[in-house]
Write a protein that binds this ligand. Sequence first.
Ligand code: ZN
Length: 130
Amino acid sequence: MTASSPGPAVLGELRSRLEDQQLQLLDGVRERLLESEQVRERISERELQGMEDSATLAAMAEVSLADASRDIEQIRDIDTALIRMRHGIYGICCDCGEPVPEERLRAYPTAKRCRDCQEIKEFRQRTQSG
Ligand SMILES: [Zn+2]
């Protein structure tokens, strides 16, 4: 039995899941940016008052920004998946051109590669960086 690209029903289901997830991530990013902005305001207030313990607050602002940028990366991955759906190439491995199994797409709807190619890519990244 050979794997095939997901059918329209599966595609529709995955698309609405991705769209929902994207909206949630956008809300989260908005919240975190706001948080980081509020923390920065508190830092400048403290500095105006001559208080010097703003390092913890600065670290908090950094964490919010780091969370936001991680979410933005996920939003970008989802965007890529949605664009691939529109072009009819979603669920096709971008390295070997073979269909990505539906089971893998359900687990990782933003997957661009089949498991083999993903493993090869991760192996290359590990050996290049190390
Ligand atoms: Zn592949």
